[in-house]
Design a protein around this ligand. Structure first.
Ligand SMILES: [Fe+2]
Ligand SMILES: [Fe+2]
Length: 164
């Protein structure tokens, strides 16, 4: 019988896998990006993502489990799609537009997962875990908002100016 505790633990393993992948992806994106503000945003969020990995390890500990990553097809697909967009864009300005969109898909994945985990932690009475997961949720939302600001602040316009 799968209990809600079991679901919580499964999802934790899933997002643990995703965060570890995203550390590598964000490092790569900080070099692939051309706009300086975008490079900085990716580098900063990579550092935050390292903290997200550590926070998840704390949550595993709090529920009496060993940190274990479970391959998550959803994040693999999002990351692969981003790689494709980056490889296909010949112009750096257009590439920036594409990788922002790909990165936002990853942030939205994380927002969905952490939103769920926070709610479940609340229901299950994992008060401390909920607190910790909530901190990460806020950082994911901020990362997403910052990417929107960067896109609207000039990256999209620069991409639009690139001639066919
Ligand atoms: Fe994260
Ligand atoms: Fe994130």
């Amino acid at each position: 019988m799968h209990t809600m505790q079991h679901l919580f633990h499964e999802t934790l393993q899933d997002v643990y896998y995703a965060e570890k992948q995203l550390v590598k992806t964000l490092k790569k994106l900080s070099k692939t990006a051309t706009a300086p503000e975008l490079q900085t945003a990716f580098a900063d969020h990579m550092a935050e993502t390292e903290t997200h990995v550590e926070r998840l390890e704390t949550v595993f500990e709090l529920i009496g489990e060993k940190p274990r990553a479970k391959k998550c097809p959803a994040i693999i697909g999002i990351i692969e799609e981003g790689d494709e967009v980056a490889a296909e864009a010949e112009d750096p300005a257009v590439r920036d537009v594409g990788i922002i969109a790909a990165a936002q898909a990853a942030e939205h994945y994380e927002i969905a997962r952490y939103g769920t985990l926070c709610e479940w932690a609340k229901t299950l009475g994992y008060t401390e875990a909920k607190e910790i997961l909530g901190q990460t949720l806020e950082e994911e939302k901020n990362a997403d908002m910052l990417l929107t600001q960067i896109a609207e602040g000039g990256v999209n316009q620069a991409g639009e100016r690139v001639a066919a």
